[in-house]
Write a new protein. Structure first.
Ligand SMILES: [Zn+2]
Length: 359
């Protein structure tokens, strides 16, 4: 066990080659730990003369909390001066990237920590600023500085077998709150998806441009391209990755099938009764049962639905659409045998799905 008080302080502060000068403990303020670098007198880079200390400026840096209390590192730097009057170099400040990167107002270890919190755990900058007891910009500047280096790292993107493209509403802008979309480019690895990049817009241009910057060999190793049912993303795969098998994302398939069934129900409702659904109309009463997954529908629910469809769907159109939805659900189950059995039962024999366009 270390019992030398100076060494104990150094161990607790945990920075290399520093002298701990003292600690400020003011009520309701972060703990301020004053340190200085243990340095030898440097030589001037121009004329190699031994430098002299001109000033000892104190730079206050946001540091990691100490035993649950926000902390600041007050780093008494060395401002050096070349003693030779005629020398081109006048003064310079001693830096140590192990303590802090120049121009950032956060220590190196705190900068790495906030970047990991935002990048890995999805915490917000505002939340971290509150935890460290500092300004939002201080945290954001550090996340940008450390994060940019990570994003630009060439080795960040490994081999990808299945690539996914998906649109996300990024934000709403301006007076009319215009929707601004972005496209997420995702590595759909079996051990967990990884977001590779986000590009502006939801047209083909963004992902196309991004993929064009990737090496040809990298693109050739992709085997599957996952997409929602949008034309632009299909175009991206058709143009840039024509060799991949395109796979529709189940979420979008289910959503599309549900909306088609809904559309069909409303159309039949209008054609048979001449008005929009009212609370006693059979098709209106059936609307929730129709979208319920079949395995969650008990016998009573099933009988009720069949009865309502018999009453409100004379040509069996809604029933057909509903069966198609069930078939689709069965197809997407991992158990293929169960899927084909369900298909046979629902579609009668052949089990071949037709396009939903006519439903
Ligand atoms: Zn000099």
């Amino acid at each position: 066990m270390e019992t030398n008080p100076i060494r104990v302080c150094e161990l607790l502060v945990g920075l290399p080659d520093v002298n701990v000068l003292g600690v400020d403990d003011l009520v309701d303020e972060p703990l301020r730990v004053h340190v200085e670098s243990r340095v030898e007198r440097p030589g001037c880079v121009e004329c190699a003369s031994a430098a002299v200390v001109k000033e000892r400026p104190a730079v206050e840096l946001v540091d990691l909390p100490v035993f649950g209390r926000p902390a600041r590192l007050v780093w008494r730097k060395h401002r050096w001066e070349c003693p030779i009057r005629s020398c081109r170099v006048r003064t310079w400040t001693g830096e140590d990237p192990r303590i802090a990167a120049p121009r950032l107002s956060m220590t190196d270890r705190a900068g790495r920590w906030v970047t990991a919190q935002v990048g890995r755990l999805g915490r917000t900058v505002a939340e971290l600023a509150r935890e460290l007891g500092c300004d939002w910009h201080t945290v954001n500047d550090a996340v940008m500085a450390y994060g940019t280096a990570l994003v630009d790292d060439e080795d960040r993107i490994g081999d990808v077998t299945a690539l996914g493209l998906d649109e996300t509403l990024f934000n709403r802008r301006g007076r009319w709150r215009t929707q601004a979309w972005c496209t997420s480019i995702v590595n759909l690895a079996p051990d967990g998806a990884q977001l590779l990049d986000v590009v502006a817009g939801r047209s083909a241009a963004g992902p196309t441009g991004w993929l064009e910057t990737r090496p040809v060999e990298w693109r050739e190793r992709i085997r599957y391209g996952v997409l929602d049912l949008s034309g632009p993303y299909r175009k991206v795969y058709d143009d840039i990755l024509p060799h991949v098998t395109q796979i529709a994302d189940p979420f979008h398939l289910v959503r599309l099938a549900n909306s088609k069934l809904d559309e069909c129900r409303r159309r039949v409702q209008n054609e048979t009764l001449g008005h929009r659904g009212r609370k006693d109309d059979p098709l209106y009463r059936a609307r929730r049962l129709l979208t319920k997954a079949h395995e969650r529908l008990n016998d009573r629910g099933n009988n009720k639905l069949v009865g309502l469809l018999r009453a409100g769907d004379p040509r069996g159109e809604v029933k057909t659409a509903w069966h198609m939805l069930l078939c689709q659900g069965g197809l997407m189950r991992p158990d293929r045998e169960a899927s084909s059995g369900l298909l046979r039962r629902r579609c009668g024999g052949g089990g071949r799905l037709r396009r939903r366009g006519g439903v």
